[in-house]
Design a protein around this ligand. Sequence first.
Ligand code: PLP
Ligand SMILES: N[C@@H](CCOP(=O)(O)O)C(=O)O
Length: 463
Amino acid sequence: MKYVSTRGQATALSFRDTMLAGLASDGGLFVPESWPQFSHDEIAKLAGKSYCDVAIEIMWPFVEGEIERAAFESIVRESYATFRHDAVCPLVQTGDNEFLLELFHGPTLAFKDVAMQLIGRLMDHVLTERDQRATIVGATSGDTGGAAIDAFAGRDRTDMFILFPEGRVSPVQQRQMTSSTALNVHALAIDGNFDDCQAHVKSMFNHADFRNSVSLSGINSINWARIMAQIVYYFTSAVSLGAPHRTVSFCVPTGNFGDIFAGYAAKQMGLPIDKLIIATNDNDILARTLETGSYSMSGVVETTSPSMDIQISSNFERLLYKASGDDDREVTAYMGTLKQSGEFTIKPETLKAIRSDFLAGRADVGQAKQTIKDVAVQCSYTLDPHSAIGVHVARNHKRDGVPMIVLGTAHPAKFPDAVKQATGVEPDLPAWLGDLMSRKENFTPLSSDLKIIEDYISKHTRA
Ligand SMILES: Cc1ncc(COP(=O)(O)O)c(C=O)c1O
Ligand SMILES: N[C@@H](CCOP(=O)(O)O)C(=O)O
């Protein structure tokens, strides 16, 4: 399997090189040049298998020839042994034909753990094989950072720098990032918002001298390996509700578009998905784009679902590429216009293709709060504010006879204030994280200036 850039100017790479490269050298994102196909019968045979067994089967075509099968199998099994639920990503019912896919049983209580636990081990494996080191830089609106730090802490072959927007992540998210004692981990509090942090990371990838001097690598969902790992739970959940004999829909709380793009990939690979529903908070650029065909940036507003307070949805570029029929020139033109004017208009055929797979909706802070309250009353279940956005939007898009799976992207205890405001009860962290908020913090505040951040990284990396 080769991976090509959405902008068509970078050399196609193998899986290992794609994973270590992160972003393509032309500024584009890597995508598989074709989708592996799973037949109806092959999908039917996934029923009853463990999460790890399905994960190995679904991901194998993406890594085949690059990693030995036995090594890959043990990496997958080790990764998901860190989860505190036997099913890894279980489903719970929250309404009539409505299910929540709990993706937060990993070490940092967010869906990011599903991919990050795997990438940490895969990167280590490849770097060891090649006797190389890497400097990993990531941007976070709260969850990616904690999950990445947990997955990479103490790994000798990597130094990790996580840029988070100061004052815009929840206290639990912040403590998860800042309480690591590992020497290879650096939490950087940037005076800006998530989009600023993400823009700096992309600029570092586009700055060839810096990129080469530190052996730059990335763990945001610009990295294809992140998406690959997230495809798996679309298969496990759909199969447990009767796929491929039955079609299901997914509603996904969306920010950077990585999670829902993994659902699109699953559909392209043969999983019978009716609709993929993009659920946004007040930062509703994607819902507006689906309505109007115009991707048009406005300022970021702060909400009770901070991890989705995003304007520049990186992975939407991957969708534009696939929906345009792999037209890298079309994508390059969109991205050029976005950079110049903060907006672009999608061609009618490409928009039509997108609308055939996706629907979108939004929930504001009040609607998220009401949904947390409603679900608590209806089924004694506590949602986090991100998953609540998903449930609210899902309830507006249900179709008779089609099970709706909402992705439960974080544990409620990561956002205790928002949950308490809705239910009156503050959710507890699990016992094994009970001392988190009393752990000592260690982070470096930096201004939102590329040069200052690059200098800091160059000085502190061992690559
Ligand atoms: C809890 C939570 N929900 C939803 C999202 C949005 O996911 P994505 O960025 O993959 O669209 C994020 C951040 O990525 C998150 O941390
Ligand atoms: N919501 C994310 C933002 C970064 O997204 P990623 O999936 O590209 O890593 C976060 O919590 O950091």
